[in-house]
Ligand binder design. Structure first.
Ligand code: 5RP
Length: 226
């Protein structure tokens, strides 16, 4: 059994939480893709009627080939369950998200959903958050935001594509991946960044999550319910 087997199993475990007629919020990333594939299998096998709203084109492309009926953002308040991935999860279950640049929509989806589920492999679970925080910024405000992030102790860097072109989110903004070292108080930093005008969303997530799944290299999957 490998980590890949465990990620597949984790997708199936998360898919088993979805009920017939649910409206499912789809986060983004490879772990969510495993969930979408597993739920697609359930839809075929059990003839479930599942509708879904994607947070990004990445997951929409996967979902539209998996038997889902896709819904629009006007149904966001009706999401029964959201399943999303994470880039880092600390020992008190705060997260950094936005490695794929979709954290603005993901934050809204998670807040809106009645049930919240995170799927991530064991490498994402750490004691303290320490990777760079994705900060989505309206382009015109970038110099102002940059200075304010530095004032908070951050070291911002514009996210770029391979050839050096800036990365634009699906909302038309840029991302400043900002290093803060080890983050000892994620809720405070999340709020401090959030207060800076010109920022659309930051990648620190501190809201309550109902279930975390952890896929392990030995093929096992752990479920942590809060
Ligand atoms: C996208 C995200 C993803 O959920 C996060 O990057 C995890 O992706 P993966 O499962 O591919 O590691 O936050 O903005």
């Amino acid at each position: 059994m490998s980590l890949q087997d465990a990620i597949k199993k984790m997708g199936e475990a998360a898919a088993s939480l979805v009920k017939d007629n649910n409206l499912v919020g789809l986060g983004s990333g490879s772990a969510v893709a495993a969930f979408v594939n597993a739920l697609g299998e359930r839809i075929k096998r059990e003839g479930l009627k599942i509708t879904a709203i994607p947070t990004s084109m990445q997951i929409e492309l996967i979902a539209e080939n998996s038997g889902f009926q896709l819904e629009r953002y006007n149904r966001i308040n009706n999401i029964d369950i959201v399943v999303d991935g994470a880039d880092q999860i600390d020992s008190t279950f705060n997260m950094i998200k936005g490695g794929g640049g979709a954290h603005h929509r993901e934050k809204v989806f998670i807040e809106a959903a009645k049930k919240r589920v995170i799927v991530a492999d064991e490498s994402k679970y750490v004691k303290f958050l320490s990777r760079s925080v994705p900060v989505e910024v309206s382009t015109f405000a970038r110099h102002f935001v940059w200075k304010r992030l530095e004032a908070l102790g951050g070291r911002p860097k514009v996210r770029t594509l391979e050839k050096g072109y800036p990365y634009f989110t699906e909302n038309g903004n840029i991302i400043l991946d900002t290093e803060f070292g080890e983050i000892k108080t994620p809720p405070k930093l999340e709020t401090d960044i959030h207060k800076i005008p010109g920022i659309v969303a930051n990648g620190i997530f501190t809201m309550k999550i109902d279930h975390f799944f952890k896929a392990k290299a030995d093929g096992r999957v752990e479920k942590i319910s809060k």
